[in-house]
Design a protein around this ligand. Structure first.
Ligand code: NAP
Length: 335
């Protein structure tokens, strides 16, 4: 049996292109004692993979040309010589961009397909959801009536931030890259307002959307968007620096934003690394899972069919053309 893989070919220059990836097919490996073999069902495409491709030390994943691309997946155990995993179970495991992989069970968590669609374990009820939920609730501590602004507002992190803000009684204002995304944020996700940063002077647009200033700014983008938000802070604002997607595809770092207003507003800037909050994953699943079941919380997925289309889909994500949690459907679940 063959295992089709998308491999890392080279470090992209600027925005990734399909030629930065390659493909091959190798024999499916057999598990040794203490291992299991799983079949990839869903592959998560995330902006941080662009940093993995340039060997950023945060991730500790030294990719060499010819290695299967790195990535988190939902997979079905097909053969197990591991005491804690049995065939037929579903797991979140870093199989990477390939159809089959072995695991020793480290860092693997099981998912119950009865609780929620399997794909949500990579999005709203997984790492990006936890990033938005834990980052907002525990780092920004939003209070009822406050204005919470989030960039990349319709992505899995941003849409969680905005909806959690709304559900704890704050006023959610999004920043997104198109009128269509902004309409979705307001009409579907319940943001009070959403500004399209391509439609004018963002600092001015934010001023109009947040007349009392920004109490919490959750930054997913960095650069000029962060600078525009910094120009609208209210006193004692809290800022969560979550991601800098705008810079991931730059070959040299952009000039830093002017951080003077942070000082003037006595704001607190805190870095967020989701892995510090892994113990809160059950809470995310309980709280947001219930909201989803009650129809009070929505999520959106941008699904690409077939592993072979993963490179193009990833490139689309990195160009900002995805709309919702970017996923690849690698294979249907059995049964
Ligand atoms: P996502 O929103 O689906 O990410 C892509 C979006 O970023 C695009 O759709 C685009 O939306 C926006 N974007 C803005 N400027 C861009 C640019 N120059 N190039 C490409 N895209 C641009 O992704 P996500 O998974 O929810 O992640 C959002 C942010 O959180 C990312 O920065 C990610 O790295 C970060 N993150 C951090 C942690 C952590 O532990 N700190 C964990 C997970 C994710 P618009 O059109 O609306 O601008």
């Amino acid at each position: 049996m063959l295992n089709r893989r998308i491999t890392f070919a080279r470090i992209p220059r600027g925005l990734p292109v399909p030629e930065d990836f390659s493909r091959d097919a190798v024999e499916v490996a057999r598990p040794a004692a203490g291992q299991f073999l799983s079949r990839t069902l869903w592959l998560s495409l995330d902006p941080y993979l662009r940093n993995v491709m340039k060997g950023h030390p945060l991730y500790g994943v030294p990719l060499r040309p010819g290695d299967a691309m790195y990535g988190e997946t939902v997979a079905e155990v097909v053969q197990s010589l591991h005491p804690a995993f049995s065939a037929g179970e579903f797991v979140v495991v870093k199989n990477g961009w390939q159809e089959y992989a072995l695991s020793d069970g480290q860092g693997v968590r099981k998912v119950d397909p009865k609780l929620a669609p399997l794909s949500t374990a990579l999005g709203v009820l997984g790492m990006p959801g936890l990033t938005g939920y834990a980052g907002l609730v525990y780092l920004a501590e939003p209070r009822p009536g406050e204005t919470v602004v989030v960039s990349a507002a319709t992505g899995p992190v941003g849409s969680t931030v905005g909806q959690v803000a709304r559900l704890v009684g704050a006023r959610a204002v999004g920043i997104a890259g198109s009128d269509e995304k902004c309409r979705y944020a307001v009409e579907e996700l319940g943001f009070e307002a959403c500004v399209n940063y391509r439609s004018g002077d963002l600092r001015e647009l934010l001023k109009q959307a947040c007349p009392a200033g920004i109490d919490v700014y959750f930054d997913n983008v960095g650069g000029d968007v962060l600078a525009a938000a910094l120009g609208n802070l209210s006193i004692h604002a809290r800022i969560v620096l979550c991601g800098m997607v705008g810079a991931y595809s730059m070959d040299s770092p952009p000039p830093g934003p002017f951080l003077g207003p942070v000082v003037t507003a006595r704001a607190t800037v805190r870095g967020l690394v989701v892995y510090d909050h892994l113990q809160r994953l059950p809470e995310l699943q309980r709280v947001v899972g219930r909201w989803i079941n009650e129809g009070r919380f929505r999520y959106r997925e941008d699904v690409t069919e077939g592993l072979e289309n993963a490179p193009a889909a990833f490139c689309r994500l990195m160009r900002g053309e995805n709309f919702g949690k970017s996923l690849v459907r690698v294979a249907p679940a059995s049964g």
